[in-house]
Design a protein around this ligand. Structure first.
Ligand code: PHE
Length: 448
């Protein structure tokens, strides 16, 4: 690993950083919201299938490209290309990913800002500042701009410091705490009235809904969003992994952590919805649809915490702090995609590039905040439901059709010397070549 580029200093550090990128608002805000609005358990089932059968193989493709190229997304893919046409294709995919990451960050920072203001609200309450507390959870323009800017500043601050001191150090400490708190909260919800109904809605799928076009495309987008695919991020993170590491095991571990946390978050939020409903909070409309839409988590969780009385203030604080941090370990990865590209391709110093790109994204975020009613949903749909699966699909096409099979297998084998790779890896290059792109294309076609 070149000294100038930096890299992850330990295997645990990488797992925590890549899992940190994967685990974020997508798991704890996106997944439960999508589950609730797409038929509960049927969505969970489709999501799990797509996560393991499509997102995981695509995730490995991105990690492999990065580790082979040891550079930003565009350069890594161009190292694999053999002629100019392939180099152009590599540029389109790599740069498309960079843009997609920037677009996602522009709306992600807003929601992360909400998480931060929800974390401060119980503190304001404890201090007796009721007016401030109410303002913190209002949708006021000033509050939205302020907290988006605060969150983006933190993201910029960490990325300016680079991989080891910035990304790795933080991810390592905070991820385990989040998991522990989630589990404790699930156990608590389990004891409340109404939870049973919620567990059934979450775990007992209505198979007839499984092929609904909307459900399929949402689940596909969610699976790719959750593993941070199609955004250049995992290519860049792959490039920071040493050649001596076993990529195959690392990839499986990160996928399992990501999917498990989404699953746990659903296990908390969906039953908590029914608990809140039983307590008189309006969650469902007359026709059974959701009232709160993308605000679901911000309706359900505060209701849950306030039911805990005084202790609830501390739990709320802890939960939203950890959520903000989970969002931060994702947002730094989104910024690292574009930054590594500009630093390595245009030889701009890291700190300058980070500040400039970060501020440009923040300006765009503020534009979204001002047009919140339509723009957030639009940008989110554009980047996550279309951008990510399409770019990730092109990555699969690239690995399957342009990279020589023997070279791909050689890269998989690096750091894998003791374990002879099994049948799965013999099939994988073929799978990524035909099955993944076809399946993704089919989901799109079905949804039209
Ligand atoms: N995977 C992150 C989450 O679930 C979001 C993300 C998307 C991060 C794209 C990086 C790139 O919150």
């Amino acid at each position: 690993m070149g000294v100038a580029r930096g890299g992850f200093s330990s295997r645990f550090g990488f797992i925590m950083a890549a899992a940190g990128s994967a685990v974020g608002l997508g798991n704890i805000w996106g997944f439960p919201t999508q589950t609730a609005s797409n038929g509960g358990a049927a969505f969970v089932l489709v999501y799990l299938v797509l996560a393991f059968c499509l997102a995981y193989p695509a995730f490995m493709a991105e990690l492999l490209i990065g580790r082979y190229g040891q550079a930003n997304a565009v350069t890594s893919m161009q190292k694999i290309s053999r002629n100019n046409r392939q180099k152009h294709f590599a540029f389109v995919i790599g740069f498309g990913g960079v843009i997609c990451a920037a677009l996602i960050l522009s709306f992600y920072g807003i929601i992360a800002g909400w998480m931060m203001s929800y974390a401060i609200e119980p503190v304001a309450k404890l201090a007796g500042l009721t007016g401030t507390a109410n303002w913190l959870i209002s949708q006021s323009l000033v509050r939205n701009v302020l907290f988006t800017a605060l969150f983006m500043s933190l993201t910029i601050f960490i990325i300016r410091r680079g991989v080891e001191q910035g990304i790795e150090k933080w991810s390592k400490r905070l991820m385990p705490m989040l998991i522990a708190l989630l589990i404790l909260l699930i156990i608590y919800v389990f004891t409340l009235e109404g939870a049973k109904e919620g567990f059934t809605a979450y775990l007992n799928p209505d198979i007839s809904r499984v092929f609904e076009p909307n459900l399929l495309i949402s689940a596909l987008g969610q699976a790719f969003f959750s593993l941070s695919l199609g955004t250049s991020v995992m290519i860049v993170y792959g490039s920071y992994i040493a050649k001596k590491e076993n990529l195959v095991t690392l990839g499986v571990q990160v996928t399992l952590i990501d999917v498990s946390i989404a699953f746990l978050a659903g296990l908390l939020i969906i039953p908590a919805m029914y608990v809140a409903q039983a307590q008189g909070v309006a969650i469902f409309a007359e026709d059974g649809s959701l009232i709160s839409g993308s605000n679901l988590v911000f309706t359900v969780l505060p209701a849950l915490f306030s039911g805990m009385g005084f202790v609830g203030l501390f739990v709320a604080f802890g939960f939203f702090v950890l959520m903000s941090i989970a969002a931060l370990t994702s947002s730094i990865s989104m910024l690292e995609g574009p930054v590594s590209y500009v630093v390595e391709r245009h030889e701009v110093p890291r700190e300058k590039a980070t500040t400039f790109i970060g501020l440009a994204i923040l300006v765009f975020s503020i534009l979204i905040v001002v047009n919140l009613s339509w723009m957030l949903d639009f940008i989110a749909m554009l980047s996550t439901q279309y951008g990510q699966p399409i770019i990730a699909m092109l990555c699969c096409v690239f690995v399957g059709w342009i990279w020589h099979r023997s070279d791909v297998l050689a890269e998989i084998k690096q750091g894998n010397s003791t374990v002879e790779y099994g049948l799965f890896w013999k099939i994988w290059p073929w799978y990524i070549k035909f099955i993944c792109p076809t399946a993704i294309a089919l989901v799109f076609w079905h949804s039209l």
